[in-house]
Design a protein around this ligand. Structure first.
Ligand SMILES: N[C@@H](CCC(=O)N[C@@H](CS)C(=O)NCC(=O)O)C(=O)O
Length: 214
């Protein structure tokens, strides 16, 4: 049995969507963690020590009381179950399946188009003084619309994405929506989904989320 008071360490960088998801979950459970900086985009590559924690060379990696883990959704579920406080996973079988479905949709159909195709091309490229790839933005927006249509249908205007209570689905979505809505095209598209827009306004100021996104 893991010792919940044992130190929690996260390896990664604060700009990372996936690091931010884990920070939000830790914040929600009131768990302090140390963040060891790892820059996956460093020119000299990743250290052998880091690759022993994460053989796929992504961030984050996680350690608690000697237990090492990578893959954000596994880390999030572990943190939720290892530490006290309100559960971030619905008790009902089907509600929990719905939450897991939304998390998988975020990983597979939202992260790349909403963050890399829309945010990086529209916001980051401009900050770098580089030209945006408009075709990539258009393709990303088109995939984002499919995702938002599906998400709106599944969440059905409920207070949170997977029902009335905050869950891992909301915390998994937050950094992706934060980056997406920094692009004017992204914010305008979310405006076409009023229930999701209200959900996002409620979520973004929640202390655990605001701290993770800071
Ligand atoms: N499946 C991984 C994905 C993590 C991931 O893609 N992290 C990004 C940063 S947000 C990364 O490490 N990117 C580096 C790369 O793509 O080379 C997880 O769930 O943790």
């Amino acid at each position: 049995m893991a010792e919940t008071a044992a130190p929690v360490t996260l390896f990664g960088a604060r700009y990372s969507v996936y690091v931010r998801i884990v920070l939000a979950v830790l914040g929600e459970k009131g768990v302090a963690c140390g963040l060891v900086p790892v820059d996956v985009f460093a020119e000299d590559g990743l250290s052998a020590d880091y690759l022993s924690r994460h053989p796929f060379g992504r961030i984050p990696a996680f350690e608690h009381d000697g237990f090492r883990l990578h893959e954000t959704s596994a880390i999030a579920r572990y943190v939720d179950e290892a530490f006290p406080g309100p559960s971030l996973q619905p008790a009902g079988l089907r509600e929990r399946a719905r939450m897991n479905q939304i998390v998988a949709m975020l990983d597979n159909y939202a992260y790349r188009p909403m963050v890399w195709d829309v945010y990086v091309e529209r916001v980051l490229r401009a900050a770098e003084g580089a030209a945006a790839d408009e075709a990539r933005i258009a393709a990303g927006l088109s995939q984002a619309r499919v995702f938002l249509d599906a998400l709106a249908a599944l969440s059905g205007g409920s207070r949170r994405l997977a029902g009335p209570d905050l869950s891992l689905a909301d915390l998994h979505a937050a950094p992706i929506f934060d980056y997406f809505t920094q692009a004017p095209d992204g914010a305008a598209m979310l405006g076409e989904f009023p229930a999701l827009g209200e959900w996002w306004e409620r979520l973004r100021t929640r202390p655990s989320v605001a701290a993770a996104l800071a």
